[in-house]
Design a protein. Structure first.
Length: 297
């Protein structure tokens, strides 16, 4: 029995862990931090410079009759040269003067031919950071064919002007909205264009720093008028979306280059027929006399 008791005590002693002090826990690892601080956000106070510039605007579109799956797509190509001036600001904003120096239009398929503007179209407007583009009017001897409207070439040229806030920093988002009445023959078509801009970054064009701006847009058109001397009425309606990129000169806030693509649905209705069309369009605009300069944005 004594031996058994001694053996039991020895087993208990073997099963008890020795009282050994634990080593101290290691200190927490330091948080790794980037060795290079992020660059500061760049910001500009916008002061639109005055001057005169020339632009080439090209548009390539395809139009298809949506109600006829066998109808081939009709190509439409247009190109216009513009001279645009921005004068010093007054209480109503900057004064704009423009001229369509030349314009060509070619259409195929079932698209009716539209006569090219016979004379150089002159126009004027105003622009500021709050109201956008206002007081658009045709000047000179070329008069529109509908009340209060402008020619299609003038309407296209007006889209070159971008409303910009008084202060601009990288990543900023802003909007502008323009309503224009365009004469399609004697039919006055009211176009509403809503654009959203985002300043992405800077890049270089012709050796000069410019602002890269992404743009998305939605548009609507509504119009009615007489399609012929016989008094046949016509109604036009439609919606569209587009997106693209602008390269803006940081002093004039005019695009040195832009490219956009878009799609629209347009319905032309008369008392006898309703024709729904789908259109895809790609536009490019280039400032013809942009030169490298020393000023950095």
């Amino acid at each position: 029995m004594a031996l058994a008791g001694v053996a039991a005590l020895l087993c208990i002693a073997c099963s008890t862990p020795p009282n050994v002090a634990k080593p101290p826990a290691p200190p927490p690892a330091p948080v790794k931090r980037d060795s290079v601080a992020p660059p500061p956000v760049r910001e500009w106070a916008v002061h639109r410079a005055t001057g005169t510039w020339r632009f080439k605007v090209e548009s390539n579109a395809t139009v298809v009759l949506a109600s006829d799956s066998t109808s081939p797509a009709a190509p439409i190509h247009s190109m216009a040269i513009y001279s645009l001036s921005v004068d010093s600001a007054d209480a109503s904003g900057y004064r704009i003067a423009g001229r369509v120096d030349s314009a060509i239009l070619s259409a195929g398929g079932r698209v009716p031919a539209r006569p090219v503007d016979s004379t150089a179209s002159e126009f004027s407007a105003q622009i500021d950071s709050l109201s956008g583009l206002t007081n658009v009017a045709m000047n000179g001897g070329d008069r529109p064919t509908c009340a209060g409207g402008v020619t299609p070439a003038v309407a296209a040229g007006l889209t070159l002007f971008v409303t910009v806030p008084s202060r601009l920093q990288q990543g900023a988002v802003w909007h502008d909205s323009t309503t224009t009445t365009t004469c399609r023959g004697s039919v006055a078509v009211v176009s509403k264009l809503n654009r959203a801009f985002q300043f992405s970054d800077t890049t270089r064009w012709n050796g000069e720093s410019v602002l890269r701006v992404n743009v998305t847009a939605t548009s609507t058109i509504e119009g009615e008028g007489l399609a012929s001397a016989a008094g046949d009425s016509i109604w036009v309606s439609g919606t569209g979306t587009s997106s693209g990129t602008l390269l803006l000169d940081p002093t004039s806030m005019m695009p040195v280059f832009s490219t956009t693509t878009g799609n629209s649905d347009v319905t032309v209705r008369s008392r006898q027929t309703t024709l729904p069309f789908k259109q895809h369009v790609a536009d490019t605009a280039t400032m013809l006399d942009h030169r490298a300069g020393a000023r950095e944005p």
